[in-house]
Design a binder for this molecule. Structure first.
Ligand code: MTE
Ligand code: MO
Length: 377
């Protein structure tokens, strides 16, 4: 059993699949902290968790434009030769909220509800500094992407991989991390080293990092080429999927969801109002400028209160926004629906229904999030 050596997990995680292990965060616990605690942070694994001995672990830097190939140990990375930096950022799976899209019209993939997302403070060194030490010229126009590989692999030996655009790799927020929220990165999240490229798809944040490789093309890895691509809505389940015709996902679109209360919670009419809480986030460092909630299906809206990282500006907002709002219980109804939507710094906002976004793999569902609340007289 290749999974026999997987780590123990927190019992509150909502398990989607045991092997490989996939689980999302309990929504109400997630709302209790601006930085999602490591032990309830969602886990998205494609293969068994590799058994890495940190003292033997190495990261190779090789490839196009690398004039001085490097092999770095974890100690080299922590030695102080490279400046230590921290970045607070979201990781969100491209399949987050797929279940919502699936309820609208069937899609394929793991049925994540709304918490395949988390926000943590990652500490490590800038990828840029490592690439510069390896002799990479920042103005080398041949280099378009940087590939990453993880130590996890399937039965055939193929390892996990992905890539980010060269510009993102050279951006100061992109790091090789060795700490998550001030602790060594837990095994499920990439111990001992992980790539963190804030503002883009979760799938690119390669865990158990072993290879960094500049290139003229995107990573040939399955997860870059044959997964995490949004097909046009005309492509249906059962149709042949020609992945070569579709772009990979990079920056994330604007997202929000209601985490508290849970769907179908019962409230007393005499309470008069209900407290709501949730998250909002957008890719590309585009800060959240507004979150609104509605109890009449979007006819009228009310602004939520926002909690953000005071150290991040609206153009470099890698961390999420937690929001809170109190809404009146509408008169004369046994149940009502609450809706939320967010707006980012580019004034992008979320579409009303998954119909505008439907795609066969159920990726990037960012439609208005809706929950029903029952009213007890
Ligand atoms: N890195 C490796 N090596 N193997 C993986 O399976 N999964 C990716 C990414 N990095 C993955 C990986 C995906 S799809 C996501 S959404 C994030 O890790 C999830 O990160 P987490 O498990 O720390 O929450
Ligand atoms: Mo993912």
């Amino acid at each position: 059993n290749p999974y026999a050596n997987d780590p123990e997990r927190h019992p509150a995680l909502l398990v989607n699949q045991e092997t490989p292990f996939n689980a999302e965060s309990p929504p109400s616990l997630m709302m209790d902290h601006y930085l999602t605690p490591n032990d309830i942070f969602f886990v998205r694994n494609h293969m068994p968790v590799p058994d890495v001995d940190a003292s033997k672990h190495r990261v190779k830097i090789e490839g196009l434009g690398v004039t001085k190939p490097l092999v770095l140990t974890v100690d080299d990375i922590k030695s102080g030769e490279f400046e230590e930096v921290s970045v607070t950022t979201v990781i969100q799976c491209g399949g987050n909220r797929r279940a919502d899209m699936n309820r609208f019209k069937k899609v394929q993939g793991l049925m994540w509800e709304g918490t395949a997302i988390g926000n943590a403070k990652w500490t490590g060194i800038r990828l840029r500094d490592v690439l510069l030490k390896a002799g990479v010229d920042p103005s080398d126009t041949r280099i378009k992407h940087v590939h990453f590989e993880g130590a996890d692999h399937d039965a055939s030996g193929a390892c996990y991989g992905g890539s980010v655009p060269f510009e993102k790799a050279m951006s100061p927020e992109t790091v090789i991390a060795y700490q998550m929220n001030g602790q060594p990165i837990p095994r499920d999240h990439g111990y001992p080293l992980r790539l963190i490229a804030p503002g883009i798809l979760g799938a690119r944040q390669v865990k158990w990092l072993v290879t960094v490789r500049p290139s003229d093309v995107e990573s040939p890895a399955h997860w870059q080429q044959k997964d995490y691509k949004v097909f046009p809505s005309s492509v249906q389940i059962g149709d042949p999927l020609d992945f070569s015709t579709v772009h990979s996902i990079n920056e994330y679109p604007v997202q929000s969801a209601i985490c508290v209360p849970a769907p179908n919670t019962k409230v007393e009419r005499s309470d008069g109002e209900v407290d709501l809480a949730g998250y909002a986030w957008s890719g590309g460092g585009r800060g959240i400028v507004r979150v609104e909630v509605s109890t009449d299906g979007g006819q009228t809206w009310q602004c939520a209160e926002l909690e953000q990282d005071p150290d991040q500006d609206v153009h470099h907002m890698w961390g999420w926004t937690l929001w809170r709002a109190t809404v009146p219980i509408p008169e004369g109804k046994e149940s009502f629906q609450v809706v939320c939507k967010a707006t980012d710094r580019a004034y992008n906002t979320q579409p009303e229904t998954p119909g505008a976004l439907w795609n066969v793999r159920g990726l990037l569902n960012t439609a208005w999030h809706r929950i029903n609340i029952q009213v007890i007289e």
